[in-house]
Structures are given as C-alpha cells and as structure tokens.
Design a protein around this ligand. Structure first.
Ligand SMILES: [Fe+2]
Length: 382
C-alpha cells in the first residue's frame, strides 16, 4: 500500500439502505452472521436474495475463535460464492473478512494474513458488510480481531485487501440494540475517533472523519442510550461509528486498544467496556505528546478549557457515567482475579499489535502502572 492512501468502501447509508443488497449482482451468496442477528433480520435479508443460491453460516460467537472462522472458510471453499455478506457486529464483520481471505486464497492459512503482502484478493468474490451495531467501524478497517483457541489471546490480523467493497450503514438495524450494547459499542466508537485523532498517522482526511465523529458521539450517544427509539440519535450514532471506522482505520488506534484487547483476553471484558474504561487513563498518559491534539478536539466542539487534558478527561468520564459504564476497573474485576491474572494481562497488552502505534512509547513498566492506576481509579501522573 502506498503510504498516503485512504481506502474506503462504497457506502450506502440512511434508513432503508439495506435494500441495496438486492441490487448487487451475484448468483451465489455466502452469508456470515450470528444466530441472534439472523433471527432478527434473516427473513428480510432472504427476500433480497430470492432466486439466488444462498448459504448461511450463523455460527459466529462473540470474540470469534480461529477454529470457528476456519470452519466458515472451509464451508465457503465448498460452496464457491461470488458474494460474501457479513451482517452483524464487529465479531461477525471481522470473521467475514477472514473467511473472504480464506476463500479467495485456498492455498493460505488464517495466520498468513498480514498487512505487507499483496494477496490479489477479489478474483472470485466480493465482500459486502452490514453493521448491526454502532461502534466497531469494522466495515471500514483492515483489521480483524480474533481469539486464539489454544491460549485465549485476542490477536489482531490485518490486510488492506479485506476492506470490503461495499458497506451498508442502515440505522434501522441498530434500533434493536439493548442499552448496554448501545453503550459499549458507542464508547468503542469514541475511543476509535480519539485514538485515531491523536495518532501520528492521523492526516487531513482522517482528521475530518475523527473530529466530526467525536462531536457526534458526545452529542448523540447519551440520547441513543436513554431512548433506543430516538431515530435521530440512532442514525447519527450509526454514521459516527462508521466515520470513526474510516478515521482510525486509515490512521491507527493506540494503547486504549492494546489494554482493551488484553482485558478482553484475560477477563472476558466486553471490548467497548475495556477500551472505554481505559480511555481517561490513556489520555492522561499521552498528555506529554498529545496536549495540542486535546486542544483541537475541545475547540472543535467549542469547549473552553484551562487544562485541556483535565477538561477532556472529565468530559469522557462524564459520558461514561451517563451511559453507566464504570470509570475504574475495580468495579468490574475482583481483587483475587486481578492479582492472579495480572502478569498475563500485561503480557497480552505489551505484545498487542497496536502497542507500538501509541503516540507515547509504552514500556512494560508503563503498562503495569497504567493498569494499576485504572484499577484503583488514580489519575495518571507519570
Ligand atoms: Fe475498538
């Protein structure tokens, strides 16, 4: 990939845009989803593929295991689709991207996926994704987070070639999310936009996406959380999550994500909760490198400040409280569990693929301290 490039799928957005599925030219459709989503939307989607050969793979679980994905890849290889559709949240979309890779390259294994090789994907099929949550932005990113069945570690794979051809951003699909899922996926989108914005790879194009996403999320996430039937808030959040996906997907995220992945792999903390709790502490840790960026974020929302870090951190903490996500890890993990698994947690975080992408370099000792401060709810002062 050229250094300066933004890769974005064709985007259909707005209420009812799901029907664009029927205009996609294809004869054999392989659908990747999970059981809940298929129960909710299966009938509707099947109508769009009348008279076509369709195979449904609805076995994707949260934090999808490599073994499940490989099974899906084998089924796709047997079925030989000319279109792969991933419909669901981040786990489903990431799995669909992996399955697309496995189908396109039958000579390769899952862990051959990497961001530097050119695989010539797209010879047999194309990939379309439809997010049903407003958060992960996985419809725009090159990354896929999967769980290694043998160790339980969540690992990130990446290839620019798995960025889908088409993303359908229909807010009607997100209306069914319960409040807790609205909160955890919505805060994930905020972490994407902020980590994308303060990252060294941020540029004029991603900045436009990130700053607007931040603004929309602060405004509309509390509304979507309090009233799931607030159509305007749902639509704005659905768009914001996608904008943040483009923003951080074409720059990078940072250690809120390394820590979030590690918390997920160690304590099975939901992704959005893990990254959301960590964000204030990571913002404080990144202060020496990012204060100027914090000013830009606040100014873009017309918020006045004396100390930009203090103001931004308190704004994030207030949002967390509004959507009832704890601001300290102690509320989520018992002391015994924390102590028993602490070494594993640090190991997972420091070896995470995005650990090296944080604006402030992060040592093992830093990770230890950040986790401990986040556990106890202390302001980061190192
Ligand atoms: Fe995320």
């Amino acid at each position: 990939m050229a250094m300066n490039m933004i890769k974005i799928p064709t985007i259909y957005f707005g209420k009812g845009s799901l029907k664009e599925l029927k205009n996609i030219r294809a004869e054999r459709i392989f659908i990747v989803t999970d059981k809940i989503i298929w129960e909710l939307f299966g009938t509707k989607i099947s109508k769009y593929f009348k008279k076509k050969e369709v195979k449904i793979f609805d076995a994707i679980e949260p934090d999808p295991k490599d073994t499940t994905i490989i099974k899906g890849g084998n089924l796709a290889r047997e079925f030989k689709p000319d279109l792969i559709v991933g419909i669901g949240g981040g786990s489903v979309m990431d799995s669909a991207k992996c399955i697309y890779f496995l189908y396109e390259r039958e000579d390769k294994n899952l862990y051959d996926i990497n961001p530097v090789s050119y695989f010539k994907l797209g010879q047999k099929s194309k990939l379309v994704v439809v997010p049903t949550t407003s958060g992960t932005g996985a419809e725009h990113t090159l990354g896929m987070v999967i769980t290694k069945t043998d160790t339980g570690q969540k690992v990130a794979l990446a290839s620019y070639e798995v960025i889908p051809s088409i993303a359908i951003i229909d807010p009607k699909l997100a209306m069914k999310m319960p409040p807790k899922l609205t909160a955890s996926t919505g805060i994930d989108a905020l972490v994407h936009a902020i980590e994308g914005e303060i990252n060294d790879l941020n540029n004029d194009f991603t900045e436009a996406m990130n700053l607007h996403a931040i603004k929309l999320i602060f405004k509309y996430l509390p509304r979507a959380y309090k009233d799931g039937n607030d159509e305007e808030a749902r639509e704005k959040m659905h768009n914001a999550a996608s904008l943040a996906g483009i923003g951080f997907g074409n720059s990078s995220c940072g250690i809120a994500h390394s820590c979030g992945h590690a918390l997920g792999g160690t304590f099975h903390l939901q992704h959005g909760i893990g990254v959301g709790v960590m964000l204030p502490y990571v913002l404080e840790f990144n202060k020496p490198k990012c204060e100027g960026k914090y000013k830009e974020i606040l100014e873009s929302m017309n918020i006045t400040y004396e100390d930009p870090t203090i103001t931004l951190v308190s704004k994030v903490k207030n949002l967390l409280r509004e959507i009832e996500i704890p601001t300290i890890l102690k509320k989520l993990i018992s002391d015994a569990d924390w102590k028993h698994n602490f070494e594993k947690l640090v190991e997972f975080a420091k070896t995470d693929i995005v650990a090296g992408m944080n604006p402030r370099p992060t040592s093992e000792e830093d990770f230890r301290k950040i986790f401990q401060y986040a556990y106890e709810g202390k302001n980061v002062d190192f």
